[in-house]
Design a protein around this ligand. Sequence first.
Ligand code: ATP
Length: 235
Amino acid sequence: MLQLRNVDVCYGSFKALTNVSMSVDSGELVVLLGANGAGKSSLFNAISGLNKPAAGEIEFEGKRLDGLKPSAIVSSGVVQCAEGRKLFPMMSVQQNLMMGAYVHRRDKAGNRQRLEEVLELYPILREKADQPAGSLSGGQQQMVAIGRALMSRPRLLMLDEPSLGLAPLIVRQMFETIQKINRLGTTVLLAEQNAFAALKIATRAYVMENGQLVMEGDRDTMLGNEEVRKAYIGA
Ligand code: ATP
């Protein structure tokens, strides 16, 4: 479904990604592990068109993404939920969610149905629909951010550190919902530092260090790998 071949990303003379090749198949939930500054956001921004690769190719469902505008990439079915939520705090929860429907703005019936699906996934957001997004708790704001991304109807949903700053119980519920989103048919690419919780719901994972992918394997291989456990799980 998604294929990256030998992708480099540079910020001026600094090379943030070097020769990154990876793939995500339809239906998978692929986790990207890596410490702070490893290059996970740089990779996501390259896929979603916010970073222009200095080299390499990015393909989605057989179509080249690199060189397309971010809005065209969203229209082709690849949607990023960025680190830090980036909601419109003064706008209501429902207005924030509907921002995600912008690419499908002509399909009003489809958007209503999609909103219903998002509110079924996150029932608390139905209760808070008219409240300013900025008044919600951190976990609820993260639900709005993921819900807004879902309103764009992704076939590939990229989640960048959704557990950042959330309490352990909330993190657990959030990972359960991400797994549910995947099982309902959306392919997921998830960048996380919360390695154990992320690996538990993953089908496959990559490890990134200093802008390079250094390891790849299915969930059980990664959970059983000594180096992964030492570096990312702490056991
Ligand atoms: P984090 O979890 O902290 O976001 P990350 O794995 O997502 O980390 P990136 O944000 O992709 O990592 O950063 C990779 C490297 O690129 C870091 O050394 C970072 O300082 C650098 N970097 C990121 N964005 C820029 C930028 N706009 N200009 C210059 N350097 C940048």
